[in-house]
Design a binder for this molecule. Structure first.
Ligand code: SF4
Length: 459
């Protein structure tokens, strides 16, 4: 099948547009299977967790969920900046690290990557980030060359001193949200960041030995293909070390309100498809790797090892941790989170023990996001199951769509499949939920379809 035909099929038969689209860093999500954990059960659960974490190397995620901004495209629903609350949160977080360490969970382990996510982690001063890193180093050794990323709003890293301080604290990668350089779109989205400003941050970071990722978006309110092409040209001039091009998820009430008032700003699914395609083609031609195409850990080590199923231990409010067999979430409510820590209890709120079937689907879903695809032989050795039998229907469908190619050793995405990797992953989750789900269906990140949120009259 030639590429034009494959793309047409993907558009008609696979593309989830922005209506039922799940999220842009896909992992297996089976919310109906979570079980609540009472505070009195947490210590016992930690013993189970220790058994389920035989790996020597882990990833650490640190959530700093505060922000001063109100971007219309935001999907992380941060807490409003507040110095007193942030100070309480920081103290709680440091204690949480100690509590988890006291359980013995980190004995014999090393940290491969640390990722500060938000909110805007750089709303906290460098001293706070340094104190968290010091606390982590005190309880778990870091590997040589441990990748330490912080997400950053451009306005918070605009001075050289700020960037030098981050480097001195140990940060060696910054991931900066830009999304677009189109001033009209930025104004609609409550943002402002110019190409010059971003280039200055990138240059200062490079001078300090920090690599930079830029986050960009397709499908923003009122965005056109021409505007997206201008953005690609701007990123080309800036030359960051990595780029992540994500799809705008219509989840924020602010953007829903905007669309209700100005429905003409909604990007149609047809245009969105062309935008995703243009961005992905440009990423490939420019040598940028992301979900669907990672070959190694150079551009985003944390995500690469996540896809390799390295366990993620997350600290902070509303975080999700994964081992290959377990998944657990911290509490979502700040008061509960802090109260549990104050009582000396790690603030774990709910958990899942993955079934073998869920584990196998998770392995498939993560490994197809690597350029090498699913490693058939290691899958057989690990699960004593035959992947071509187990995933027969799914593989057949994806092959017919031109998204997947299989051989004796691997099942990997084709070039077009990799362009639409999130849609392939949504398809895999839907298949995973077909059995043993008690009728549950995949919940888009927004927990509701776009048409439900906006009202059918607009679409
Ligand atoms: S800066 Fe980031 S975290 Fe803050 S509102 Fe904007 S998108 Fe959300």
């Amino acid at each position: 099948m030639d590429q034009e035909k494959i793309l047409q099929k993907i558009k008609e038969e696979l593309f989830y547009g922005s209506s039922d689209y799940t999220k842009n860093q896909p992992d297996l999500f089976v919310p109906h299977r979570f079980q609540m954990l009472a505070p009195s059960q947490v210590n016992h659960y930690l013993e189970t967790l220790k058994q389920g974490l035989p790996e020597k190397e882990i990833l650490i995620y640190v959530h700093l969920p505060f922000c001063f901004s109100e971007c219309l495209f935001c999907n992380s629903f941060p807490l409003a900046a507040d110095t007193t609350l942030q100070s309480d949160y920081l103290q709680g977080l440091l204690k949480e690290i100690d509590l988890m360490a006291a359980s013995g969970l980190f004995e014999g382990k090393r940290v491969r990557c640390i990722y500060f996510g938000g909110g805007t982690p750089t709303l906290f001063p460098n001293s706070a980030i340094e104190s968290i890193l010091d606390r982590i180093r005190a309880v778990i050794p870091l590997t040589d060359g441990c990748s330490i990323t912080t997400e950053a709003h451009p306005a918070t890293v605009s001075s050289k001193e700020r960037i030098t301080g981050l480097a001195q604290a140990g940060v060696n990668r910054i991931s900066m949200g830009c999304q677009t350089f189109d001033p009209d779109l930025l104004a609609l989205c409550n943002r402002s960041n110019s190409e010059t400003q971003i280039r200055q941050v990138v240059d200062a970071a490079h001078d300090a030995g920090i690599s930079v990722n830029i986050d960009m978006m397709a499908g923003l309110p009122g965005q056109t293909l021409r505007s997206l092409a201008n953005d690609l040209a701007a990123v080309e001039r800036i030359k960051p070390d990595a780029v992540e091009y994500i799809r705008h998820e219509i989840v924020n009430p602010l953007v829903v309100d905007l669309y209700k008032k100005r429905p003409e700003l909604v990007v149609s699914d047809g245009t969105l498809f062309e935008m995703v395609l243009a961005a992905q083609k440009w990423m490939k031609a420019s040598g940028y790797e992301q979900n669907g195409s990672y070959t190694d850990d150079r551009q985003w080590a944390y995500r690469y090892y996540w896809l390799k199923e390295m366990p993620i231990i997350a600290f902070g409010l509303r975080t999700r941790s994964y081992s290959t067999t377990l998944c657990y979430d911290k509490h979502e409510d700040l008061a509960t989170y802090l109260r549990m820590i104050e009582k000396g209890i790690p603030p774990i709120g709910r958990h899942i023990v993955l079934t073998k079937r869920e584990m196998m689907f998770r392995t498939l879903m993560l490994q197809v996001q690597l350029a090498s695809g699913l490693d058939i032989e290691s899958f057989r050795c690990r699960y004593f199951e035959e992947p071509f039998e187990l995933f027969r229907e799914l593989f057949t469908r994806l092959e017919k769509l031109g998204c997947l190619e299989t051989s004796a050793g691997s099942a990997k995405l084709t070039e077009c499949g990799a362009y639409f990797v999130e849609d392939v992953c949504d398809c895999i989750i839907d298949e995973a939920l077909k059995v043993d789900s008690g009728g549950a269906v995949r919940i888009p990140h927004s927990e509701g379809s776009r048409s439900a949120r906006l009202g059918a009259q607009i679409l």
